[in-house]
Design a protein around this ligand. Structure first.
Ligand code: V47
Length: 410
């Protein structure tokens, strides 16, 4: 629906023309969108693009996040999740690592509760061998054949290349995980693609080159992935826009390898296709300061969250989906964002350890399907239960999955 309310900020007039004509926005346009106080026009433009892609549909999935261990060799200043591994065993009281049996039990429980996806990520554990991760995928695949395994950030994949003996490269590591049952990969670990921010906030972590190497390799292998951006800490607006533009360029290349020209989008985008894949979804992650070394920073405001989600929809014209991860933006703001360009809320989540809203908080972070549906309906949208590849999920009268939710192997 094209709305003809007056644009309060003249700087948005030419951008609105471009958006209506389906033209690509520039970095300068991005700055104008971030600067404007006319957030209603910003929202309308983002909503127009979102509607072109998905009409009034809002996607959610029934999933379970599993954070298999919080031991990590890194010390990222934004992170409250990691616990140092002490060789003498004097670990923090709340340090943990789940056994393979425990992980499989969680997956079985998730499947019994109707989940179509498990989302599995953890810290960079200094001791666990690569076989732990391949056996994890194998055991889940064996026990829960129709549960989509979305697992391991690019940072974990690079870590695995370093712990394999003999050494495996990125392609070999991803291929081994896929062989073991991995279906797709999440978008974590991207943070902000900028050297200054990298060196000040997460110096020991591999940088953008590795992150892109992992994702482009996954795409070449036909494994779809997502991309994130951790915003609202020490980065500036220009760095956020650089981050988005780098992702947009990469997505152009990966779509071209799938035979898709970005100028033809929005359109039907089966992903993977022709044995290749691309990014499915962009997820701006709202920085939660509590408990991290950056704990004294204020974190993003509600308006910054809303604006960042809307700007993402407008700048990333070749990404099919923009997700508000309600765990970080909060269910209330995530609901509002459904009219500001967002078409996906992630899922039921159930348990989450990487961020907690109220200081020490709780890991039980769960939205039921009826709650997700109600949030979406109240925003004037149509809830659609999707699988990890954004196909509509089919269930029988008892709620059991009847569609295949794993990634087709070419
Ligand atoms: O990699 C860490 C970020 C990521 C904090 O792909 C923080 O569908 C905010 O990547 N405040 C993990 N963010 C989460 C993630 C994700 C979540 C949901 C869906 C998908 C997907 C991916 O969270 C980490 C890091 O970038 N993070 N600490 C923090 N204090």
């Amino acid at each position: 629906m094209v709305v003809n309310r007056p644009v309060l900020d003249p700087a948005l007039e030419p951008i609105r023309e471009k958006v209506r004509a389906g033209e690509r926005l520039t970095r300068e346009d991005g700055h104008a969108l971030y600067r404007t106080r006319d957030i209603f026009t910003l929202g309308e433009m983002a909503d127009e693009v979102r509607t072109r892609w998905h009409q009034r549909k809002v996607f959610f999935n029934v999933n379970r996040h599993i954070n298999y261990s919080n031991f990590c060799v890194l010390r990222c200043k934004f992170c409250a999740f990691y616990r140092p591994f002490d060789k003498q065993g004097a670990h923090a009281e709340d340090a943990y690592e789940f056994s393979l049996d425990e992980i499989v039990t969680m997956c079985r429980e998730a499947q019994e509760a109707g989940a179509s996806e498990v989302h599995i990520v953890g810290g960079l554990h200094p001791k666990l061998p690569f076989s732990f991760y391949t056996e994890m995928c194998q055991a889940i695949r064996q026990t829960c054949p129709n549960l989509h395994i979305k697992a391991f950030t690019a940072i974990e994949i690079v870590h695995f290349t370093r712990i394999t003996k003999p050494k495996l490269n990125i392609r070999e590591v991803i291929s081994a995980l896929r062989e073991a049952g991995l279906d797709s990969m999440p978008g974590g670990g991207a943070e902000i693609f900028d050297d200054r921010v990298h060196d000040e906030a997460y110096k020991a972590k591999v940088g953008e080159k590795h992150w892109f190497d992992v994702h482009s390799t996954a795409h070449e292998l036909g494994i779809p992935t997502n991309a994130t951006m951790l915003y609202g800490h020490i980065e500036g607006i220009d760095e956020r826009l650089t981050h988005m533009l780098k992702l947009r360029e990469q997505q152009d290349r990966d779509l071209a390898a799938m035979g898709v020209d970005h100028a033809d989008l929005p359109g039907d985008l089966e992903n993977p296709r022709g044995g290749k894949a691309a990014f499915n979804c962009f997820i701006p992650l709202s920085f939660i300061p509590d408990g991290s070394e950056f704990g004294s920073l204020p974190g993003p405001t509600g308006l910054d969250d809303l604006r960042t989600l809307a700007v993402s929809r407008l700048m990333l014209d070749n990404f099919p989906h923009i997700k508000a991860f309600w765990i970080m933006q909060s269910p209330k703001l995530a609901q509002v964002s459904l009219n500001w360009g967002v078409d996906d809320l992630d899922g039921t989540v159930v348990w989450y350890d990487i961020t907690k809203r109220e200081g020490q908080g709780t890991n039980d972070q769960n939205l039921r399907v009826d709650q997700l549906r109600a949030l979406i309906r109240e925003a004037g949208c149509t809830p659609v239960e999707r699988d990890s590849l954004y196909r509509t999920v089919a269930r029988d009268a008892d709620g059991r999955l009847t569609s295949d939710v794993t990634t087709p192997r070419s």
